[in-house]
Structures are given as C-alpha cells and as structure tokens.
Ligand binder design. Structure first.
Ligand SMILES: *[C@@H]1O[C@H](CO)[C@@H](O)[C@H](O)[C@H]1NC(C)=O
Ligand SMILES: *[C@@H]1O[C@H](CO)[C@@H](O)[C@H](O)[C@H]1NC(C)=O
Ligand SMILES: *[C@@H]1O[C@H](CO)[C@@H](O)[C@H](O)[C@H]1NC(C)=O
Ligand SMILES: *[C@@H]1O[C@H](CO)[C@@H](O)[C@H](O)[C@H]1NC(C)=O
Ligand SMILES: *[C@@H]1O[C@H](CO)[C@@H](O)[C@H](O)[C@H]1NC(C)=O
Ligand SMILES: *[C@@H]1O[C@H](CO)[C@@H](O)[C@H](O)[C@H]1NC(C)=O
Ligand SMILES: *[C@@H]1O[C@H](CO)[C@@H](O)[C@H](O)[C@H]1NC(C)=O
Ligand SMILES: *[C@@H]1O[C@H](CO)[C@@H](O)[C@H](O)[C@H]1NC(C)=O
Ligand SMILES: *[C@@H]1O[C@H](CO)[C@@H](O)[C@H](O)[C@H]1NC(C)=O
Ligand SMILES: *[C@@H]1O[C@H](CO)[C@@H](O)[C@H](O)[C@H]1NC(C)=O
Ligand SMILES: *[C@@H]1O[C@H](CO)[C@@H](O)[C@H](O)[C@H]1NC(C)=O
Ligand SMILES: *[C@@H]1O[C@H](CO)[C@@H](O)[C@H](O)[C@H]1NC(C)=O
Length: 831
C-alpha cells in the first residue's frame, strides 16, 4: 500500500515538473514567432475533420489536446504543435491519444502542413486506409501512427518520405506486402510494424536500408526463410520477428552482424539444430529468444560463444528435447533464462551463472532443484506445472526470492515451523495454487503483495494474520474448504478478492474502498445478507460474481456508478423485486446473469437499448481478458464464471471470456412481453429467458442477433408463431421453445429443423417438421406493422449510447500489444 502511494506521488511530481517545463518552453517560444495564417487554418480544419470522444478508461487518461485549441491565439502555442523558430511553420504535430475519431481522408488539411518533420497520431481511432497523400509530407523524419485502426495496404507513397528515420505503424490492421518504394527510405533507422496482418517473405527492400538499427515485425503473417544476406544491415541492433510464419534453419548470417544486441525469433516454425557458426567476436548479442519453434536437435556447444548474453529464451522447443545445460556455465552475464516446456535433467555438477529470472515451468521436474542453493540474487523463480512432491524445503525461503511460482505441483506442506516464510522469506508474489497444501496456512512476511493459494486443501477460518499484510493487493483463495466469515479487513484495500467455492458464510463485509477493487468473486459459498452498498464507490470494478449463495437483496440499482463493469453474475441467490435499467450506464457489460432468483416485473420494450458492449463488435487480441481482469497487464490469476449454454452448464475460465456475450435472466418471475429492443444486441451469443412468465409474441427482432448460438425461451407463456425470420440465424445451433403456448408452422431453415422434437414440446398449437403433427393451413395471421412502429421508438433511444465501445477496444489493444514480449514480462513481474 505504502509503496503504491509513494509510487503515485513520484509519478505525480514528475508529471508536474514536466508540465512546468512544457509551460516554460511554450512561454519562451511563443514570444518568438507567430503561426502563419495558412498553417493555422489548416490545423483548424484538421481539428474539425474528427469528432472527439473521450474514452473512459480506468487507467489511461486521454488528453483532448485539440479541444483546447483557440482560433484567436497563436497556433504555435497550441497543445501538440511546435513551429520552426525562424519561419513559424508548423514542424511538429503530436496528437497522441487525443481521442480523435473518424477516417483520415486523402484531402485532409493535414497534408497542407508541408513542413511537418514529426507527426504523431498514435492511439486515435482513424478507421480507414492510410491515404497516399502521406507522401506529400516529404520532410517527415518521424511518423508515428501506432494503434489507429488503419487497414488496407501500405501506400507506396511512403517511399517519398526520404528523410524518414523513425516509422511506427504498429497495432493496426495493415495487410499485404511492404511496397517496394520503401527501399528508398535510406535514412530509416527504426521500423515498427508489430501487430498487423502484413504478409509475404521477409521484405527484401529492407536489406538496402543500411541505416536500420531496429526492425520489429512481430505478430504479422510474414513467411518463408530469412534471406542469407541480412548481414548487409551493418547497423542493426534489434531484430524482432517473433509471432510470424518464418521457417528454415537458424539463420547464422544474423549472428555475423556485429552490432546486433537483440534477436527475437520466438513463435515461428524455424527448425534444425541450434548451432551458431561463424559469429563476430566478441558478439554484442544480449537478448536471444528462440522459443516456440521446431528446433529439433540438442544445443551444440556453439551457444557458449555468445558470452555477452543476458536474456536467453529456449522455452517450448520442438518435441520436448532434453537439453544439455552445460553450455550455460559459459554465459557469465546471463540474468534471464526461460527453459520452460522442455524435459530437463539437472546433473549434480551443473553450475549456473548467477541469475535474476529463471523459468522452469512444465519441465517434468520431480524434486526441488538443488542447484538453486548456489543462487544468491534471484528475483523470480517459476517452477510451476511440474511433478514436485512432499514439502517445500526450508532452504528455499532463505534464497529470499521476491517472486515465487510453485503452482501446479503435488506439494503438501512447508518444511520448518509455520512462520518459516515470514522469518526467512522476502516474498512479494507467492503462487502456491493447485497443489495439495493443508493447514496450517503459512504465515507470510509484510512484503507480500500478491497471494494466490487457490485449489488446495486449506480449511478452517480464513487466517486473520492476512489482515496484517499491509501491502497485500490480490488475494485468491478459491477452491479450498475455508469456512467461517470473510474478515472485514479484506474489503478495504484489495484490488482482487477471489474466495470462490469454499464454505464461507455470514455477510459480505461493507467498507469496500473506492477505486481499488477490480474483481470480486465470492461465488459458490453460503453467504447471506445483502450486497454491500459500499461497492457503489468501486468505480474500477470490472468483475462481480456472487453466484450460488443465499444473498437476499433487491436489484443493485447502484451498479449505474460502475462505468467499466463487464461481468455481473448474481445467479442463484435470493434477489427479488423488479430490476432497473443497467444498460445505458454500463457500456462495457458483456455477461449479465441474474438467473435463478426471485426477480419480478415487466421489462420495458426499450430495456436493452444502450447495452453497447453487446451490440457492437469489439476487437480483442487473444488472451486479452485475462490481462484486463487482473488489472493493468498482470496475468496473475484467471477469473471464472459458470454459465448455461446450449442447455448444459459450462465453466468459462480466462480467455474464454474474450468474446463471450451473454444474457441469462432465466428462473425468475418476469412477466409481460420480451422487450423488442433485444434485437439491438447484435453481438449476443447466448440468450436465456426460460422459466419466467413472459407473455405475448416472440419478437421478430430476435432475428437481428446474427451471432446468436443458443436461445432458450422455454417454460414461459409465449403465444403466436415462432417468427419465420429466426430460420435465417445460421449460428443458432441450439434452441428451446418448449412449454409455451406457441402455435402455427415451425419455421423452415436448417438450424431450426435440426433441433430435437423436445425443443418444441408442450406447445399444443405448433405444427410442421420436425414435429409429427402437420399444419392445417390458415394459421399465419400476423400483425407485423404494429410491431415495426414500436421498433422505431426504441432504436432512436439506442443511437445515443453508441460511444464508449471504442474505449474497450483501446484498452484491449494496448494491454495486449505487449503480450509475450520478454521485456514486458520483466516489467509485469516487477510491477
Ligand atoms: C479562425 O479565425 C480566422 C481569422 O481570425 C477566420 O478567418 C477563420 O474563419 C476562423 N476559423 C474558424 C473555423 O472559426
Ligand atoms: C474530402 O473528401 C470527402 C470525400 O472523400 C468529401 O466528403 C469532403 O467534402 C472533402 N473535403 C474537402 C475539404 O474537400
Ligand atoms: C512520390 O514521388 C514520385 C516520384 O518522385 C512522384 O511521381 C509521386 O507523385 C510522389 N507521390 C506523392 C504522393 O508525393
Ligand atoms: C508518439 O507515439 C508513440 C507511439 O507510437 C508514443 O509512445 C509516444 O509517447 C508519442 N510521442 C510523444 C512525444 O508523445
Ligand atoms: C538495392 O540496391 C541495389 C543497388 O543499390 C539495387 O540494385 C537493388 O534493386 C535494391 N534492391 C531493392 C530490393 O530495393
Ligand atoms: C540479397 O539477396 C537477394 C537474393 O537472395 C538479392 O535480391 C538482394 O539484392 C540482396 N541484397 C543485398 C543488399 O545484398
Ligand atoms: C565460416 O567459417 C568457416 C570455417 O571456420 C569458413 O570456411 C567459412 O568461410 C566461414 N563463412 C563465412 C560466411 O564467413
Ligand atoms: C508487519 O506489519 C504488522 C502490522 O503493521 C506489524 O505489527 C508487524 O510488526 C510487521 N512485521 C514485520 C516483520 O515487520
Ligand atoms: C462513497 O464515497 C463517498 C465519498 O468518499 C462517501 O461519502 C460515501 O459514504 C461512500 N458511499 C458508500 C455507500 O460507502
Ligand atoms: C420468491 O418470492 C415468493 C413471494 O415473495 C416467495 O414465496 C418465495 O419463497 C420466494 N422464493 C425464493 C427462492 O426466494
Ligand atoms: C504461475 O504459473 C502458472 C502456470 O505456469 C501461471 O498460469 C500463473 O499465472 C503463474 N503465476 C504467477 C503469479 O505468475
Ligand atoms: C436490427 O439492427 C439494426 C442495427 O444493426 C437496427 O437498425 C434495426 O432496427 C434492428 N432491427 C430490429 C428488427 O431489431
């Protein structure tokens, strides 16, 4: 806690200093020059080409620079603008993260700012192609368009930017090959194209650009073998091509580039022996990532030639090769070593250099590795997912490693006294989950920030000693057998509290502190009482799951004040009374499960208007939600939810959430019609309204939900026909209309017709295939016009709610754009 507040103070004071210096600069420079009218007008027009929508992210503040521009002041003093000190021409435009929305058109007035040398529009929403006119800005040295939602091919006019030294087009959806014209960017030094859909062979045009120091092509679809003459890039320091489709043998010419410091080939299809032939001596290489390829032979002695190596990743080599680790003793500078996913045998003579970070996850290790005893300055050890039995040895804690992951083994206890970790350890992150640990629960040092102990055999009361851990931030004790009540201290400062699936009783304590809590899961316990009202102040809350308890309360109307709530699960409790509209104020809500309670009342026809997360597509990177639920980029635990889908129960864990969008209000006592506005939720995947008392017709607007896969309307009092339009829903694999008062012909369409007869059972008036009963004809009376009038009124209401979705997109993108990259992994572990 303290360290956290201190960190924030430092950041704030730095920000203050920077803004102060900015101010001084602006004051100093604005005296010198006045912006020429043509430049001012071009800027002013540029501003008007975009709408500005503030993004309400919990951790990332946008800075609406253009909103502070004033037409009657010197444009050189506007935020994000720098002018040439002599001519007054605008030479720099930095509107990074300014919430600009709209395509960048080829006739944009931006292209009249002919003297621009630096342009930064990163982190704005500019969906569209990058216009050819970018080539007009021929004095550009720096061009940064990261994360702007561009798509299509890279314009060949990029080749006209002959002064360019720094080009960043990462995190867009650019496709196709690099234009040949880029071969003329002969001053280019940094090229970043990560996270796009670019393809083709390794771009040969780059080989002519002898000034290149930094090439990052990670996470694209480049393929083929690497060219043999890459050593022509004589200044290259960093090459990152991880996450592509390259194949072939380890390209030894790379190791002959004398300047090379970082080489990341992870996650391709490289094969053959890991053998480093002629290398420049001494090699400067510090970072080498070869993991997740198809290298198939043991490492030759050659690796030891890379004496300067600090980071080495050899995780998940092909067919789990058994690595001979003797070469490691030569790598004296090695600090970060990842050998996860290989079969390892440690000989008793093994000498490792002094390491900071060691990953040995999933290596078939059967006992605590003794060679660790010689390590004196480790920061992180990961020996998760192995076969280590019995007790954690006492000497292990004496190593004083801050970040310890021994999860997913067969460990059952701790050697030494109950306070062994507290006395000798210096633990900050401790993950002991998925073992067979029993009581007593270990005593921990005050340094503990994150404690993950789920899936063990702990029982009794949650130890009150946890309340003394002053810096504890995340606590996961799910899937144990804890009983008693929740210690009130846990509600006051944690950002993650998961106590799922224990035998905990009593009430959920009040006193939740504002802005700390991100994720609360107390599902599958015996909790009673009400939901604590103090949650109203937890504006960072994303995940709230209290399923399968005995909570007796009315619908939490105060949810309105939780702007980034994504998942709300109240399933199987004793909630009662009418439910209010959560939609408009919960733009991120994706999973809404209030099933099996005692809710009553009528849902107004516009009830589902404004549920933007379920009505608009959101693009995420894989694994995204895992990161978001754990806060800013810390993949330390996985959230879970159990849901009903296609008539059976399923448990969603981690990335299962990414695309899941579901509404389950089944098993309540709702009456009246199914709201027409349900048709607005185009992105919904599961809809369950069964076991209520809904009356009237099934709204034809349901046919709008083209992504729907599972629809359950059974056990209501619905009448009229099944709308024929539902036959068009091609993804709708499972549906249930049984126990209603439906009548008429069952619609045609392969999905409906492939349902079992039981899906239509107990509707005396239904006829036609797949039922045996044939229709007599004449039952087709409908009154559609009336319904369409109603549709108009709620669609109008919905249009007002569209903003907000872009933010989810932004957050998702940013948090995951760094995924799998070694340096961020280090950052995560530190943070
Ligand atoms: C900005 O001011 C100039 C001169 O004061 C005027 O000509 C121009 O039309 C103004 N632009 C806008 C968009 O108000
Ligand atoms: C720019 O082009 C778009 C269509 O591409 C057009 O709607 C707009 O009026 C044009 N703007 C100007 C200033 O010419
Ligand atoms: C780029 O340069 C070529 C040749 O100099 C020229 O023909 C073309 O018009 C230029 N394109 C742009 C967009 O400036
Ligand atoms: C410009 O854009 C990059 C992303 O491409 C961003 O990280 C950087 O902070 C921006 N530069 C400035 C000076 O704001
Ligand atoms: C590289 O440069 C050489 C000579 O300067 C030229 O012949 C060749 O076409 C260029 N290659 C590419 C791919 O631009
Ligand atoms: C690299 O080799 C390719 C053919 O393999 C050739 O087309 C290209 O011109 C060479 N580039 C340089 C810079 O040597
Ligand atoms: C690599 O080394 C071998 C023998 O040491 C030598 O024959 C060969 O020419 C070298 N290759 C290069 C490309 O330097
Ligand atoms: C840990 O913190 C508690 C509460 O602040 C304090 O009583 C205790 O002395 C501390 N223990 C250590 C070992 O610093
Ligand atoms: C929410 O926070 C406000 C201001 O800090 C406080 O006055 C109020 O009592 C809190 N509400 C609840 C229900 O705790
Ligand atoms: C639901 O409410 C009714 C009437 O208030 C009550 O009789 C019934 O026991 C409640 N059911 C549950 C599961 O709470
Ligand atoms: C520990 O390792 C497991 C399995 O490799 C992983 O899922 C988990 O996130 C790790 N825990 C921490 C705290 O990094
Ligand atoms: C279907 O969705 C579109 C938006 O995608 C909306 O304009 C239309 O009103 C909806 N129609 C029905 C019947 O819900």
């Amino acid at each position: 806690m303290h360290s956290c507040i201190e960190r924030k103070m430092i950041i704030w004071s730095l920000c203050f200093l920077f803004s102060l210096s900015d101010l001084i600069l602006v004051l100093a420079s604005s005296a010198k020059h006045l912006c020429p009218p043509d430049q001012r007008d071009a800027l002013w027009e540029f501003k008007s080409e975009f709408s500005v929508q503030e993004l309400d992210s919990s951790w990332w503040e946008s800075d609406l620079k253009t909103e502070r521009w004033r037409n009657n002041t010197d444009c050189c003093s506007w935020d994000g603008i720098s002018c040439d000190s002599k001519t007054g021409k605008v030479v720099e435009l930095d509107l990074w993260g300014s919430s600009l929305n709209g395509p960048l058109r080829s006739n944009s007035s931006l292209f009249r700012l002919q003297h621009l040398q630096s342009l930064n529009l990163s982190t704005n929403n500019l969906p569209g192609i990058l216009p050819d006119s970018i080539g007009n800005l021929k004095y550009l040295r720096v061009l940064k368009l990261r994360y702007c939602n561009f798509f299509g091919k890279l314009p060949s006019s990029l080749g006209n930017l002959s002064y360019l030294t720094d080009l960043d087009l990462s995190v867009n959806q650019f496709s196709g090959e690099l234009p040949d014209s880029m071969g003329s960017l002969n001053r280019l030094s940094e090229l970043q194209l990560r996270y796009n859909n670019l393809d083709g062979n390794f771009p040969a045009v780059l080989l002519n650009l002898s000034e290149l120091t930094d090439i990052r092509l990670s996470y694209n679809k480049f393929k083929g073998i690497l060219p043999s003459n890459m050593s022509s890039l004589t200044k290259l320091e960093s090459l990152e091509i991880n996450g592509n489709l390259f194949h072939g043998s380890l390209p030894s010419p790379l190791f002959m580039i004398p300047s090379l410091i970082r080489l990341n080939l992870e996650g391709n299809s490289f094969s053959g022996p890991i053998e480093i032939k002629n290398i420049s001596s001494p090699s400067k290489l510090e970072v080498l990532s070869l993991g997740q390829n198809n290298f198939d032979a043991p490492i030759q002695g050659s690796m030891s030639k890379l004496a300067g190596l600090r980071t080495l990743e050899l995780n998940y080599m092909n067919t789990r090769i058994t690595l001979d680790l003797s070469f490691l003793s030569h790598l004296k500078s090695l600090d970060y070593l990842d050998l996860s996913g290989n079969d390892l045998k440690f000989s008793s003579t093994l000498r490792l250099p002094s390491l900071g970070w060691l990953f040995l996850s999933s290596c078939n290790i059967v006992e605590f590795p003794k060679f660790l005893q010689t390590q004196t300055s480790m920061l992180l050890i990961d020996i998760s997912v192995n076969k280590i039995k019995d007790q954690v040895p006492e000497w292990f804690w004496g190593l004083q490693i801050p970040h310890v992951n021994i999860s997913q083994n067969y460990l059952s206890g701790f050697d030494g006294s109950a306070d062994v970790i507290q006395r000798t350890g210096d633990v900050v992150t401790l993950d002991i989950s998925s073992n067979a640990f029993r009581d007593p629960f270990p005593l921990l040092p005050n340094s503990t920030d994150y404690l993950f102990a789920s899936d063990n055999l702990f029982s009794g009361e949650i130890p009150r000693a946890i309340c003394d851990l002053v810096s504890l931030d995340r606590l996961v004790l799910s899937n144990n057998n804890f009983s008693g009540s929740i210690p009130p201290c846990l509600s006051t400062y944690l950002s993650v509290l998961h106590l799922r699936n224990n035998s905990i009783s009593g009430v959920i304590p009040g006193g939740f502190m504002s802005y700390m809590l991100i994720s609360l899961d107390v599902g599958y316990n015996r909790l009673s009482g009400e939901l604590p009202k103090s949650l109203v102040n937890c504006t960072r809350l994303q995940f709230l799951n209290v399923e399968e308890n005995r909570i007796r309360d009315t619908f939490p109307v105060w949810l309105r004040s939780l702007p980034i709530l994504e998942i709300l699960v109240l399933r199987s409790n004793e909630f009662h009374g009418p439910i209010s509209y959560p939609g408009s104020s919960l733009p991120k809500l994706r999973i809404f499960d209030i099933s099996r309670n005692n809710f009553t009342g009528i849902l107004p026809s516009d009830y589902f208007a404004g549920w933007s997360a379920m009505s608009l597509p959101v693009v995420y990177f894989e694994g995204d939600s895992q990161y978001r639920f754990s806060g800013v980029g810390k993949p330390y635990y996985r959230a879970s939810v159990s849901l009903r889908n296609k008539g059976s129960n399923m448990e969603l864990v981690g990335s299962g959430f990414t695309i899941y969008k579901t509404i389950d209000i089944s098993g309540n006592r709702f009456q009246g019609g199914i709201p027409e506005s349900i048709g607005l939720l185009n992105e919904l995947i599961v809809l369950n309204m069964s076991n209520n008392a809904f009356t009237g017709r099934i709204p034809p607007s349901l046919s709008n939900i083209t992504s729907l896969q599972s629809l359950d309307l059974s056990r209501n009092k619905l009448s009229g026909e099944i709308p024929p339009e539902l036959g068009k829903l091609t993804f709708l694999a499972w549906m249930n209309f049984s126990y209603n008062r439906l009548e008429g012909l069952i619609p045609q369409g392969t999905q409906i017709q492939s349902q079992s007869i039981s899906s239509f059972a107990e509707n005396p008036g239904l006829c036609g295939a797949p039922l045996q009963k044939t229709c007599g004809g004449g039952e087709k009376a409908r009154n559609q016009e009336q319904e369409e009038d109603q549709v108009l009124s709620w669609t109008a209401a919905a249009i007002a709610y569209l903003p907000g979705v872009f933010c989810g997109f932004i957050l998702g993108h940013i948090l995951t754009s760094y995924r799998h990259e070694w340096f961020m992994r280090i950052f995560h572990s530190f943070a």
